[in-house]
Design a protein around this ligand. Structure first.
Ligand SMILES: Nc1ncnc2c1ncn2[C@@H]1O[C@H](COP(=O)(O)OP(=O)(O)OP(=O)(O)O)[C@@H](O)[C@H]1O
Ligand SMILES: [Mg+2]
Length: 431
């Protein structure tokens, strides 16, 4: 007898399930994704003991047909793709047909649903992956999934779960993430009987404002290149740094993009980035929980991001954001501390260890050019050397320039500013 044994299917299934579902927040993620894939307009999430006791996700999506109900907890059961080629054009969040089967494998799951075409609801109960009953029950159109006794058959996993408080945090983060990507959907989150989130359908800006309780709306910038489109919402005066990246509506983690944003926007920024790139240029199937994606043309993705921040020699496209809003209150105060104006030509400002000397004319011109796309008009309508500026005006100029993503050169290719580090000045002074 050899030493290598092929594990029985039950054991293999349990191991695989443990990979997809590591903690309660992963269950929440999968259930919320299913609700969104079912075109729900409202998603309700409730948990007890950080999901260790109970996770309930209720939606008003299209529902599940009676005959499909017993299938949803089977491995590889999905309505979202049919053949291998479909993997290259996935538009739904789910496609593997393994989320519900994995959850069912390691818990007691109740799926109650009424399909929009049926006038009755049905309920399926399974424990440890085995269906116990399917019965008729009253239920509105949509689906409710209740997960209890999570990891009852994986005692080690259960032991490694963190405190209810920590698990709750992960769950909130998960719901917040999907709520950001789907502002048109209402979300409710109740934890230990407490209403943590209650979000009405709204725009992305309003949703960001509401979730993070910001004082003013985030900046909004859009860009596109031959690869696709990008839109970013950011707020540079946040309590910490927080970045959300969505690719074709799917939350993703990509270290390079994350680092890029951090370097670009600083460490006190909240940013929500939406990327739209044709699915065939992205491999979403590289991570067991689909969190990491691989771009087939990572450089072009970075180029696209660069465009958001004006990192290109070609003229900036007119920006919706500035066009729609000339009010100062829409803009955030600049990250720069204004030190003063010199010879009615230069604006001197301080930021993060550097002193900046801005050409006031070019600073205004680059913004006007972004708005009009017309060099001559931009030049004529801009502040000139010799114009005396108030502190408020200088702040506004810098805010607008920041909102454009800090372009470094004017339309004619001249640098907008010169900067010198305070360290260098001190060195010159023999310190
Ligand atoms: N809330 C829901 N509303 C309607 N249908 C649902 C819902 N949840 C699950 N389903 C149905 O059950 C099927 C199985 O769900 P499951 O999450 O296991 O797989 P998937 O979403 O297709 O793929 P993945 O494993 O990548 O999430 C889905 O394809 C869908 O047809
Ligand atoms: Mg799914």
């Amino acid at each position: 007898m050899g030493e290598v044994k092929v594990l029985p299917p039950e054991v293999r299934k349990l191991i695989a399930a443990g990979e997809v579902i590591e903690r309660p927040a992963n269950v929440v993620k999968e259930l919320v994704e299913n609700s969104l894939d079912a075109q729900a307009k409202s998603v309700y999430v409730e948990t007890l003991q950080g999901g260790k006791r109970l996770i309930e996700v209720r939606d008003n999506g299209k529902g599940i047909l009676k005959e499909d109900l017993p299938k949803v907890i089977l491995e590889g059961a999905t309505s979202k793709i049919e053949k291998a080629e479909d993997l290259f054009s996935v538009k739904t969040l789910g496609f593997r047909g393994e989320a519900l089967s994995s959850i069912a494998e390691v818990s007691r799951i109740t799926v109650t649903s009424r399909h929009f075409s049926q006038d009755r609801g049905y309920q399926l109960l399974a424990r440890g992956g085995k269906a116990e009953y399917l019965r008729e029950v009253a239920h509105p159109v949509g689906t409710t999934v209740v997960v209890e006794e999570l990891f009852f058959n994986l005692p080690v996993r259960l032991k490694f779960l963190k405190s209810a408080k920590t698990e709750r945090k992960h769950i909130t983060e998960t719901v917040v993430t999907y709520a950001l990507a789907n502002p048109q959907v209402a979300f409710t989150l109740i934890q230990e009987g407490k209403r943590v989130l209650e979000l009405k359908p709204s725009s992305v800006e309003e949703r960001i404002l509401e979730i993070f309780k910001l004082e003013y709306p985030p900046f909004r910038v859009q860009a596109q290149n031959e690869l696709g489109k990008a839109e970013i919402f950011y707020y540079t005066n946040f309590r910490s740094n927080k970045f959300f990246i969505f690719l074709n509506g799917r939350p993703i983690f990509n270290r390079e993009l994350q680092t890029y944003l951090k370097n670009k926007l600083g460490y006190k920024t909240l940013a929500v980035l939406f990327l739209e790139i044709p699915p065939y240029l992205v491999d979403v199937n590289v991570h067991p929980r689909k969190e990491e994606v691989r771009f087939l043309q990572q450089r072009k993705v970075l180029n696209l991001l660069g465009k958001l921040f004006g990192e290109e020699k070609t003229p900036l496209p007119p920006l919706e954001m500035l066009k729609n809003s000339t009010e100062t209150e829409y803009l955030q105060p600049p990250q720069f501390e204004i030190l003063g104006q010199v010879e009615e030509t230069l604006i001197v400002a301080y930021r993060k260890g550097f002193i900046y000397f801005f050409d006031q004319h070019l600073l205004d011109e680059v913004v006007n050019f972004a708005l009009t796309g017309d060099e001559t008009k931009a030049c004529k309508s801009s502040i000139k050397a010799g114009d005396k500026l108030s502190k408020k005006q200088m702040e506004e100029l810098l805010s607008r320039w920041e909102a454009l993503g800090l372009p470094q050169i004017c339309p004619h290719g001249r640098p907008i500013f010169f900067k010198i580090s305070v360290g260098e000045i001190l060195k010159k002074l023999g310190r």
